[in-house]
Design a protein around this ligand. Sequence first.
Ligand code: TMP
Ligand code: ASP
Length: 236
Amino acid sequence: MKKDFLYEGKAKILYQTEQPDRVVAYFKDDATGFDGTKRGKIVDKGVVNASVSAALFKTLEGHGIATHFIERISDRELLFEKLDIILVEVIVRNVAAGSICKRLGLERGQKFEPPLVEFFYKNDELHDPLIRDDHVLLLGLATKNEIEHLKKQALKVNHVLCEVFDKVGITLVDFKLEFGRTKDGTVLLGDEICPDTCRLWDKESGKVLDKDRFRFDMGEVESAYQEVLQRIGVLG
Ligand code: TMP
Ligand code: ASP
């Protein structure tokens, strides 16, 4: 397949294919944290994240959620529909952890019922600030209808993924989604869904099985990623 370099991000490299509306994402082992101030590598992270993302996108498609995923073309490469990314990071939280604990003084582990949806402005220079619907409109990042769609889809994704992870003994604590528009303006779920972009805790022991192990130097980073892959792999 012919591939022309398009863009290199923190975790993936995007290539244009010969079809104008299709791109290949190559998943790297590079890991960053805290706005790119912490840098390192997680061996075979790219393979894990490509596999886990592919499996989860397929499952979501099976539940009627439209995503950019087309097919996996190698151990680290996924073929995606090309999207114009909406610069809003959509976070869904089932349990308090990470930034919300600091921001609101909440205790880690507190359950959110119903789950909480938050928007962050995807802008590294501004350190991805928390924003409200009004800010999304003010900044022209998405329309009113799109905002409602993002929220609805994010909660649907949460519903499906909670079940998927629950079946393999994992609590889906929180996660980040990105959406984008195709050429005709259809909004699809984009980016990736993997241990980089989710908080995943073992249901029994509470063991952290996600990128927090890298962020906070907790050790056993690679084995945690492999553990998630193995458990998700069980889904077939
Ligand atoms: P937070 O608690 O730091 O706001 O993160 C919430 C979720 O979003 C967590 O699962 C990690 C994920 N996340 C990303 O995927 N990319 C990011 O840049 C950040 C800050 C969080
Ligand atoms: N990946 C983000 C960064 O490096 C932040 C994070 O995941 O903690 O900026």
